[in-house]
Design a protein around this ligand. Structure first.
Ligand SMILES: [Zn+2]
Length: 274
């Protein structure tokens, strides 16, 4: 589901999803029941535990909108376009080669950069922007326990990457992608406060753990259509038997197919700004 957006980058009001509202109601109901009749505690505790379980389960599904708005496709206004999103860079070996590949196809992409890596390779991040692509926020450190942290730690981690990326590019990111796509109910209110939108994907190629580029391309093209958001990686890239990053060959195949079908490539920020 895509949020209607009036002013990209501005803080917006957080509206709890039905799942989060339901969990809050269960907590309030449990407290009320205990106040009236303490003997109901097994039911109250069971309800609270079940609601926590539902929230944790929802956070395991990167493409779900159960915890808040989530871009899984481009908005209808994008028309005959797709978005290529590239995560976990910048990488001094893979990113420059990916930029050359995108140039060869006259394609534009959205790079979800890790703040610490951007700080190590600022010239590469500058090149991404100079060559017509967008840089967005993939957290400062890409910690795998990101989804287990509270709202304060989440906000610090995301805000640090906002600062890092804005200082290098001069542009404030508009989108956030969670490390490994994992979330908890605190994320959406934090993103609302920072004026960021959560973006996941329509399809991914699992190119960090598959050494067969043809298989990665096949996964990305399975159901390929206008408004797709596709995910590949320049960081943590798996290599084929010859040591070549599989994401490069897979992306080449995808971009050829996109041209064949008359699909243009746009960045996510082009799609949100219109
Ligand atoms: Zn990542």
């Amino acid at each position: 589901m895509n949020a209607a957006v009036a002013a990209p980058g501005q803080p917006r009001r957080w509206i709890p999803t039905p799942l989060i509202g339901g969990a809050a109601a269960v907590h309030a109901g449990a407290l009320a029941a205990l106040a009236v009749s303490p003997a109901t505690w097994p039911w109250a505790a069971g309800g609270v535990i079940a609601s926590h379980g539902a929230l944790a389960w929802a956070g395991l599904w990167p493409r779900s909108a159960l915890l808040g708005h989530n871009w899984t496709t481009l908005p209808e206004s994008a028309g005959a376009s797709i978005a290529i999103t590239i995560d976990d860079g910048p990488d001094p070996d893979v990113t420059p080669r990916m930029l050359d590949l995108l140039d060869a196809h006259s394609a534009r992409a959205t790079f979800f950069c890790i703040g610490e890596r951007a700080r190590e390779h600022p010239r590469i991040v500058e090149a991404i922007v100079a060559r017509g692509h967008a840089v967005e926020n993939h957290s400062q450190r890409h910690r795998h326990h990101f989804s287990l942290t509270g709202p304060g730690a989440m906000r610090r981690e995301i805000d640090a990457a906002q600062t890092t990326l804005r200082e290098i590019t001069g542009v404030r990111p508009l989108f956030f992608r969670a490390p490994a796509g994992l979330r908890n109910p605190f994320l959406e209110p934090v993103l609302c406060g920072l004026g960021l939108h959560l973006a996941s994907w329509t399809r991914r190629g699992f190119d960090t753990c598959t050494s067969d580029a043809a298989l990665v391309a096949q996964r990305l093209l399975n159901g390929f259509a206008a408004r797709d958001i596709l995910l590949v990686h320049d960081g943590h890239a798996a290599r084929d038997a010859n040591g070549a990053p599989v994401a490069l060959a897979a992306l080449d195949t995808v971009l050829r197919e996109a041209a064949h079908r008359g699909l243009a490539t746009v960045t996510l920020r082009e799609a949100i700004v219109g």
